[in-house]
Design a protein around this ligand. Structure first.
Ligand code: ADP
Ligand code: MG
Length: 331
């Protein structure tokens, strides 16, 4: 599915009215009856149909007549609703090229009216990700399209809230600009994902910085849970920025230790393989009295002091609530 924003220009107010109506209808119906759409949109029956046909042509809605004549929103339709809201709010004025494809998102360059370039992340939960399908196959089968949109919206809200909180605490993250539906607007990070970088000037320094971030996150009460070479950006000066926060959990999560160790392991493995860092030697050199380092030289979860960690509470205040978190877990 391609995000062709040209189409946005040609959509009328009534087109959006009907699209919004389909979105509203999806709160109670997986497939929104056509009758209901024309009723809520308070347009003439024939007009609603004409508009739905147009929306269908542009793949903003999906037609389903298996049980009754009805429509549901597609991800593209949801994209358009979010983009239009952000344009109306004056947050963005242009949508540019796609700059990233994640496991569960698409990233685009966007620009403000004054030409500042930003990044737009559109969350796409439910898009077939091998890992997710493998571990959550049964759930996936029973997910309605509404819940995918809903979960994508929660993922965006969570990402936005975490990005803001992390920035406030001095973490190197993109600046969170705004959020609507499943869409997050943030500053554009210069540079590349670490996975694209064959060589580093100072691999040891970058490695220390990155591992230091995992430790500092834990000290603040958080675990990234997807901390790997895809989610670490690096610029020409080898300055690190971390991205991608929808999976973060609290250090009080019952699997916290496992998630923490997995993040650490990912980084150790990647730096050993890609930049030939060897850690056994490091471990021998290490002063064994260092408390947050285990025998193998790796940060140890149990000995990290989590005293500065009350980010969980702050996050609850930022619009992403405990209830949202619980709902997301049900995926
Ligand atoms: P996913 O959750 O789907 O993995 P990510 O947030 O990791 O999504 O983004 C996917 C890719 O898009 C990243 O690996 C990166 O290359 C690019 N990207 C994401 N956010 C930004 C940003 N703020 N600036 C520049 N590139 C970005
Ligand atoms: Mg990612």
């Amino acid at each position: 599915m391609k995000l062709d924003v040209e189409v946005l220009r040609y959509l009328s107010k009534d087109d959006f009215r009907v699209l919004t109506t389909v979105e509203m209808g999806m709160r109670n119906h997986e497939i929104v009856p056509a009758e209901l759409i024309s009723l809520i949109a308070s347009l003439k029956h024939g007009d609603t149909y004409k508009i739905l046909k147009n929306l269908l042509k542009h793949k903003l809605v999906h037609h389903d007549s298996s049980k009754y004549d009805g429509f549901r929103l597609t991800y593209l339709g949801y994209d358009f609703l979010a983009i239009r809201t952000l344009v109306n709010r004056g947050v963005i004025a242009y949508v540019g090229l796609q700059i990233g494809v994640g496991k569960e998102s698409d990233i685009f360059e966007v620009a403000t009216e004054d030409g500042t370039v930003l990044a737009m992340k559109l969350h796409r939960l439910g898009r077939t990700s091998f890992r997710a399908v493998k571990s959550k196959r049964d759930y996936l089968r029973h997910r309605s399209s509404f819940s995918w949109l809903y979960l994508s919206r929660l993922a965006a809200l969570k990402e936005f809230a975490f990005m803001k909180a992390l920035e406030d605490h001095g973490f190197p993250v993109p600046k969170a600009v705004d959020c609507n539906r499943h869409c997050v607007i943030m500053s554009l990070v210069q540079g590349y994902s670490l996975v694209q970088v064959r060589e580093l000037q100072n691999p040891e320094v970058v490695f220390e910085t990155v591992v230091g971030l995992i430790v500092r996150l834990a000290e603040h009460g958080l675990i990234h849970c997807d901390f790997n070479e895809f989610n670490i950006m690096i610029d020409d000066d080898e300055k690190v920025t971390m991205i991608d926060f929808p999976h973060m959990v609290s250090v009080s999560h019952r699997n916290a230790q496992m998630f923490f160790d997995r993040d650490v392991e990912c980084i150790y493995k990647f730096f050993a393989k890609r930049y030939n860092l060897s850690f056994q030697d490091d471990a021998d050199d290490k002063n064994s009295a260092e408390s947050d380092i285990d025998e193998a030289g790796r940060p140890s979860f149990s000995s990290i002091s989590k005293s500065s960690g009350c980010l969980d509470k702050e996050l609850a205040a930022s619009g992403f609530t405990r209830k949202d978190q619980d709902n997301m877990k049900k995926v």
